[in-house]
Ligand binder design. Structure first.
Ligand code: C2E
Ligand code: CA
Ligand code: CA
Length: 694
């Protein structure tokens, strides 16, 4: 065998190159995994070239350091092939560590393949010498070199994969890893070289026509170092750029976040604004649909906030709003949303199991707001009105829900403030018109816009007149004459019915006393009472005073109470009716047949009159069922000794039929419409009211 020797300077160089190549490889691995999109491909390609060239040139320098007693050379084609193999296995290694994960099976296969690549490169490089006879390899050392290549590759892959993230410690760690890897690569090379035996008399086939090594050593070292250095410099510069860009991106994202916050929150209270609320409601709808649960949307409007603002100025008003926002927040769960819609309007979005929970929550908020606020050394009191819309039920979309909660809130306001109110479909229709009407109604009494019309009641079939029923109308300055059906319910809801009812009673008493003095001494006056009047404590007193004021005998007054009103709180009603009855006032059960009074109860009612609802009268002559009901009511009334009145008599046929069934009195357009006192007198004086009918 030839004795071989090494140039120790070149061996040292080969080690340096190996370490540098390893460092470059590790750096590239980090860049590939952090580079965005296409850039990762460029880093992979560049990295593979740099790393492949590095490893290959380490090998080549190692070969140049090696000398035999015969002249040596290298076949350019085979040498180039070994370079390609180095680049390809580098590319594969970099690709592998650029993955998002590196399970041990993949690491193992990778180590095998990459190790095989390095081994292939090395022995291809050896083959480039074209030795004749061929190089003999000592099997044990050859296998050791293969094992070193595989283990070193595995370690390199593992280290590279774990060091790819950028962190403060990454550089020294990378450098240390590069030293270890460099030694492994060099170790493999020189183990492989040790395995090689060159029989005496061998001739290097590439020595003559191949590339002569002499000058090449320097060129390769310089080029390789240049390639690796450029790769590293580019990488470092790019990293700087990238970190600057990412810093810029971070501050941009922060600015964006700030802008988004501003766009979605109220400046004063820092609560979500309408925009964010709408989004939250949309999400709540989706989640309610998905999970089959409910939520409540509560629209709140502070009562009397404007007064505070006017009295103490906007500054105090603003402070109060902030306090109110905090107090609402303290009374709801953290997952609920409170939004400020602007002005003194807030909306609460809260998940609830059922409407009763929403009611409890609304109660809680009402109570909390009622407590006095300490604002800038002042004690301020305020209340709120709440409208509640439930999902599902009160609208399918965010817009509907808000509108409906708003409508319910207006309704709550109209009920006298500091209350909550659930949405009902009827609220939507004429919310604003109704509100306007309520406002107008408040002043209607003072402005004397209410008037009474009187509709005569006749002894069946054609008279004489036994009395009249007072029916109120509202002579609205712009809307003309408004029927009671349109404003009595409003008056009931707002409590305005009490003063209105008092006025009606007074005016009706005045009128009947006038008529009685004028000769109609046997007429009675019927006045309608609504539920709220009926339950009002002052009713008895009001009636007594009205009678006394006009020196009327109580029996000239009939109070008409509907069946359902009388039934609402049966025992209490009974007591009031009994008192009125004891006074001598007559009681009439209005709209009889539409309610559900029990006959037993009816028997105990101190009534003197039953009015058959006009619904039965309407189809009387064609509908046998109605006829049966009317005759049953008549029979009942007769048994209880009540005066039976049929109302809504519009045709002669109805009049005749009702008379035949046994009704005592008739009332309706056929015999006389509701009209002013003067018109009624005129009609009667012409004697055409009762006779008109025939
Ligand atoms: P009601 O007590 O049942 O009054 C009878 C209603 O039937 C009156 O309507 C009257 O105009 C109408 N009417 C009379 N004859 C006929 C007829 O032949 N055919 C038809 N289709 N209708 C007839 P109005 O005046 O619009 O009153 C409606 C309701 O308003 C009354 O029903 C009563 O419940 C309430 N109301 C009227 N005035 C007062 C009042 O002063 N106080 C209270 N609390 N309620 C009143
Ligand atoms: Ca009536
Ligand atoms: Ca009636």
């Amino acid at each position: 065998m030839f004795a071989s020797s090494y140039n120790s300077l070149l061996v040292l160089f080969s080690l340096l190159v190996a370490i540098l190549a390893a460092y470059t490889a590790l750096d590239m691995a980090g860049r590939i995994s952090s580079a965005p999109g296409r850039a990762a491909h460029w880093w992979l390609a560049g990295g593979a070239v740099a790393m492949g060239t590095g490893i290959w040139s380490m090998h080549f320098i190692g070969m140049l350091a090696f000398s035999l007693p015969i002249p040596l050379g290298y076949d350019p084609a085979i040498t180039a092939l070994s370079l390609l193999i180095a680049i390809a296995s580098s590319a594969f290694a970099l690709w592998l560590v650029g993955r998002n994960e590196l399970p041990s099976s993949r690491l193992f296969c990778g180590a095998l393949l990459m190790g095989a690549g390095i081994v292939a490169m090395h022995y291809t490089g050896m083959a480039a010498m074209r030795m004749a006879p061929g190089i003999r390899y000592i099997p044990s050392l050859f296998i050791l070199s293969v094992v070193i290549a595989i283990v070193a590759s595995g370690a390199a892959l593992w280290i590279a994969f774990n060091l790819r993230r950028v962190s403060p410690l990454v550089r020294p760690l990378r450098a240390a890893a590069a030293v270890v890897m460099g030694f492994a690569i060099v170790g493999m090379h020189y183990t492989g070289m040790a395995a090689a035996q060159f029989p005496l008399g061998s001739v290097c086939g590439a020595a003559r026509d191949g590339v002569n090594a002499g000058w090449l050593a320097l060129v390769i070292i310089v080029v390789t170092l240049a390639v690796l250095a450029i790769a590293l410099i580019v990488s470092v510069l790019d990293l700087r750029l990238e970190s600057r860009t990412s810093m810029l991106a971070i501050s941009l994202a922060e600015a964006n976040q700030e802008l988004t916050y501003l766009a979605l929150h109220d400046n004063l209270t820092k609560l979500p604004n309408r925009l964010l609320l709408e989004d939250r409601v949309d999400r709540a709808i989706q989640s309610a649909n998905r999970e089959n649960n409910r939520f409540a949307l509560m629209f709140m409007d502070l009562d009397g906030f404007k007064t505070v603002n006017d009295a103490y100025g906007h500054h105090i008003g603003d402070l109060l709003l902030v306090e109110v926002a905090q107090r609402i927040g303290a009374n709801v769960r953290s997952e609920d949303t409170i939004a400020r819609m602007g002005g003194d309007e807030f909306v609460l979005l809260a998940g609830v199991a059922e409407p009763a929970d929403a009611a409890t929550l609304a109660d809680k908020v009402l109570t909390a707001i009622q407590e006095p606020f300490q604002v800038a050394g002042r004690e301020l009191r305020i209340s709120t009105s709440i409208g509640i819309a439930m999902y599902p039920g009160d609208g399918d979309h965010q817009g509907d829900l808000l509108t409906n909660a708003d409508a319910a809130m207006y309704h709550a306001k109209s009920l006298g403030r500091n209350v909550y109110c659930f949405f009902e479909a009827s609220m939507n229709a004429h919310v604003h018109e109704q509100l306007q009407l309520v406002q107008d109604l408040r002043s209607a009494l003072v402005r004397h816009e209410l008037i009474l019309q009187y509709q005569p009641k006749f002894t069946a079939p054609n008279g004489p007149v036994i009395g009249v029923e007072a029916l109120v109308r509202w002579s609205h300055p712009t809307r003309g004459l408004i029927a009671p059906d349109r404003f009595i319910p409003l008056a009931e809801k707002t409590g305005l019915i009490v003063p209105i009812g008092e006025w009606v009673l007074d005016e009706a008493c005045r009128q009947i006393s006038e008529w009685r003095t004028a000769g109609h001494w046997d007429w009675t006056m019927a006045v309608n009472l609504s539920a709220l009047q009926f339950s009002h404590a002052s009713l008895i007193q009001t009636v007594r005073e009205a009678l006394e004021r006009y020196s009327l005998e109580p029996h000239c007054l009939t109070l008409e109470v509907t069946e359902s009103t009388a039934m609402r709180d049966a025992d209490a009603s009974l007591r009031i009716l009994q008192q009125l009855h004891d006074m001598g006032v007559r009681i009439s059960i209005d709209d009889f047949g539409t309610g559900y009074s029990s006959l037993l109860y009816l028997k105990r009612l101190p009534a003197s009159e039953l009015k058959i609802d006009r619904g039965f009268v309407r189809d009387l002559t064609s509908d046998t069922e109605d006829a049966a009901i009317v005759s049953a009511i008549v029979a009942l009334g007769q048994t209880l000794n009540l005066n039976i009145v049929a109302e809504g008599v519009e045709t002669a046929a109805q009049r005749d039929f009702l008379t035949r069934l046994g009704c005592d009195s008739l009332q309706g357009f056929l015999l006389g419409c509701p009209m002013s006192a003067d018109d009624l007198m005129e009609a009667l004086s012409q004697d055409n009211v009762p006779n008109d009918a025939t």
